[in-house]
Design a protein. Structure first.
Length: 109
């Protein structure tokens, strides 16, 4: 449990997110995020949410592997992985802005 708690803390810090920011993205209170980072049991749907937000496998969070990448992102290059992690950490409003910018760069067919 200590390893899982440490990994959640380290992953959040690596993206420079506050517990409040993570809570907003996962629809959790700051105190719930804090509790999970202290080692409290995590429901499977919340665990999946953390894995998706941080672009890591559930097995990595649980300490079952040291391989951070899930099979769905193993083929991404380093910069692509960082962009995906950054995008997933954005608020819904910020994602809409980025989505609009990306659509603006799509070639007109």
């Amino acid at each position: 449990m200590k390893e899982r708690a440490n990994r959640l803390y380290e992953l959040r810090c690596s993206l420079r997110l506050s517990q409040t920011a993570v809570g907003i993205r996962l629809n959790l209170s700051q105190s719930r995020v804090s509790a999970y980072e202290r080692g409290e049991s995590i429901p499977s749907d919340v665990l999946k949410g953390f894995a998706c937000l941080y672009c890591v496998s559930v097995d990595y969070i649980l300490g079952l592997t040291d391989d951070k990448l899930s099979t769905s992102v193993k083929d991404l290059r380093g910069a692509e992985h960082q962009l995906l992690a950054f995008y997933r950490s954005l608020s819904p409003e910020s994602k809409k802005v980025v989505d609009g910018m990306v659509r603006g760069y799509e070639p007109k067919v």
